[in-house]
Ligand binder design. Structure first.
Ligand code: ZN
Length: 87
């Protein structure tokens, strides 16, 4: 799952096939097919969540106590499936 973080307003959001923007409007992005996505914004950080890891954490969600961790990561600045369109 691809996400965008805006370092200006702090929004962290998923993508859709139509353009989505953060609250301050400085970061935007969208999927162009089921794998590839594009984004814009000098304060954008492309991020990902491991889908199998998230599904496992949902399956193991505890009733109380500590939460169940899952894997999230920053996507490299140069990534062939998540391309920055400006600069
Ligand atoms: Zn923003």
């Amino acid at each position: 799952m691809k996400l965008l973080l805006c370092l200006e307003c702090g929004d962290l959001f998923n993508l859709d096939y139509s353009i989505k923007k953060c609250s301050c409007g400085k970061v935007e992005g969208k999927y162009i097919d089921n794998i590839n996505a594009v984004y814009k914004g000098g304060v954008a950080v492309p991020m990902g969540i491991s889908n199998p890891s998230l599904l496992e954490a949902i399956r193991n969600q505890p009733e109380k106590g500590m939460g169940e961790e899952f894997t999230a990561f920053t996507i490299p600045k140069k990534c062939p499936t998540f391309i920055k369109q400006d600069q």
